[in-house]
Design a protein around this ligand. Sequence first.
Ligand code: MRU
Length: 345
Amino acid sequence: MIPTLEWTPKGVNFIDQTKLPLEETYVLATSYEEVADVIVTMVVRGAPAIGVAAAYGVAIGAKDSKAATIADFAPEFETICAKLASTRPTAVNLFWAIDRMKKLFATLVAEKASMSTVKERILTEAHAMYEEDIAACKAMGAFGGVRMPDAGGVLTHCNAGALATCGYGTALGVIRSAVEHGKKIKVYADETRPFLQGARLTAWELMHDGIDTTVICDNMAASLMRAGKIQAVVVGADRIAANGDFANKIGTYNVAILAKEHGIPFYVAAPWSTIDMKTPNGEAIPIEERSPVEVTHHGGKQLTPNGVGICNPAFDMTPAKYVTAIFTERGTLEAPYREALAKMA
Ligand code: MRU
C-alpha cells in the first residue's frame, strides 16, 4: 500500500506529494506547526488525508506539551487546534477531525485525566481515524465498483486515490475495486491544472498498481466523451453539503456538465467525514483561493507575462443535479439527496 502518511515515534512521515512522480521522498513533521506547514504546502493533500494529518498534528502537540495537568494544557490544546484548522478552508474532513479531537478532549477534562492518559488517548484516536479511513475507502470502493462498466473508459479528475487518503482511495478506490473484480477499466486521468494532481499523482499511483491509465489535458475530456471513449466519471469530494451539492478540485464542475451533455453517469465517492450536514447547499461552501504563483509558474519557470491578472480558486462547486450517485462507506445515495443524506445520517 502507498504510504501517504505514517506515525513514527519521531513524528509523522509524509510522502512528499509536491515531488512525485519524479522523486519518492519523505518529509518528517516533528511538531504540530510542521504538520500545519505540510498541509498548507500540499506535501500532503486530499480531504481525508488532510483530516488524519491534522489529527496526528494534535497528537504531536499533546505529546510535546510540558503541561503538568489537563487544565494547564487546555489553552495550549486550543492553540494547536486553531493552528491546524487555519491551514485549508474547503476540505471539511479537516474540521471534522479537529472537532472529533475536541469532543474527546472534553471527555478527558470531565474525567480529570492525567497528562499521560491525555497523550495516549489522543494518539489512539488519531490511529483510529487512520484505520477507519482505509476501511471507509474499501467499503465505498465496493459499493461504487459494482456501478462501474464491465469494460470501458472511466474519467477521473484530480487525485482522489491512496495519496489523498490513508490508503486505497475514494474515487480511485472505486476503480481499484472494479478492477479487482475483473472489470476491464481504462482510466482517463485529467491532468488537473494548475497543481497537476491527475498528471503527477493519479497517473503515478495507478501505474504503481498496474491499472491501465492515460493522462489527458483538462480540455480534452469533451472530445473524448463525444468519441464514445468515456463510459463513466468518478471523482472525490472535499465537502458535500446537506443537499448533495459538493466542492471538489477546480474543473470538476466542467466535467459534470460535459458528462450530463453526453449522457454519461457522473459519480462521487467520499467518506462520511466529507459530508457536512451543517452546510445547507454548495453556495455556502468556502472555496480556497491559492497563490497566483501556482498559475503563473510551473517547475520554477514563468509561463505568463509579468503583472497579468491571475485567478486561482483551488475548488469549484458542482450542483447535486449533475450527480448520478454518491458512494460512501454507509452505502450508495441517489437523488433526492437532501432526503437521502438525512436518512443515512
Ligand atoms: O487541493 P487538493 O489536492 O487537496 O484537492 C484534492 C481534491 O480535490 C480531491 O479530489 C478531494 O480532496 C477528494 S480526495 C479523496
